[in-house]
Design a protein. Structure first.
Length: 82
């Protein structure tokens, strides 16, 4: 559960954000998105929603809309693929 969230947060910090590119620099957007996601995780845990399914739903709802999956994949595999 925490491992999946950590992986997604790592991808989040290395990707470009298509939703916030015009409104804020990527560094600022990353901090806001990660803060919002961690607060949502904390709130769901306080409500007793800390199962794996709940965390996966949180990732889908809070983090994935802010990821540029193509760029994240390219950066993650650039050393492997050349």
């Amino acid at each position: 559960m925490l491992k999946k969230l950590s992986i997604v947060l790592l991808l989040l910090t290395t990707s470009f954000f298509s939703n916030s590119a015009l409104s804020a620099p990527p560094e600022v957007a990353a901090v806001h998105i990660m803060t919002d996601a961690l607060l949502a995780l904390k709130e769901s845990k306080a409500q007793g929603k800390s199962s794996i399914e709940d965390v996966e739903n949180l990732i889908v709802e809070q983090l994935l809309p802010n990821l540029d999956i193509t760029e994240s994949t390219r950066q993650a595999l650039k050393n492997t693929l050349g």
